[in-house]
Design a binder for this molecule. Structure first.
Ligand code: HEC
Length: 117
């Protein structure tokens, strides 16, 4: 096979993985505010009111302002749980829209070293 054939074939193989799911973090203030409301209800118990992390007696939950694992991993963590964190934070399932609102809110308060790409 020629180089070009391999090159074009690999574009078709790589593209779908790269393109979906789309990082849909929004800077829209309404979406961010919905995320804030959700965060207060569903996450602040464990991660603290300002997402700065919180000691729950036995352990310290992570500071979400410095989240560095990127958007796709954020979705994975929420949907599947992560270490001591239960899936959905122990809540009922969130919709894709709600997860995006949460991500948009957290990205909006994130520090410089955070990664939401
Ligand atoms: C029951 C307590 C609890 C709730 C509720 C909870 N979390 Fe967590 N979360 C944790 C703990 C504990 C960890 C650390 C897990 C570990 O390292 O073992 C964690 C880890 C995370 C991480 C990974 C942080 C990192 O940098 O690795 C993200 C992102 C996260 N939580 C987001 C959320 C969001 C968003 C919500 C609300 C929907 C939420 N969590 C609700 C306890 C909770």
């Amino acid at each position: 096979m020629s180089f070009y054939k391999i090159f074009f074939l690999s574009i078709f193989i790589i593209l779908p993985i790269k393109v979906y799911p789309i990082n849909s973090i929004s800077k829209d203030i309404n979406i961010i505010n919905s995320g804030l409301e959700l965060y207060k209800k569903k996450c602040s118990n464990c991660h603290g009111v300002n997402a700065q992390g919180k000691s729950n007696g036995f352990f310290l939950s992570p500071n979400l302002k410095v989240f560095q694992k990127g958007y796709i991993n954020f979705i994975n963590i929420i949907v599947n749980g992560y270490g001591r964190m239960p899936a959905w934070g122990g809540n009922v399932e969130l919709t894709e829209e709600q997860i995006n609102q949460l991500a948009s809110y957290l990205a909006s308060i994130s520090s410089e070293e955070a990664n939401w790409q």
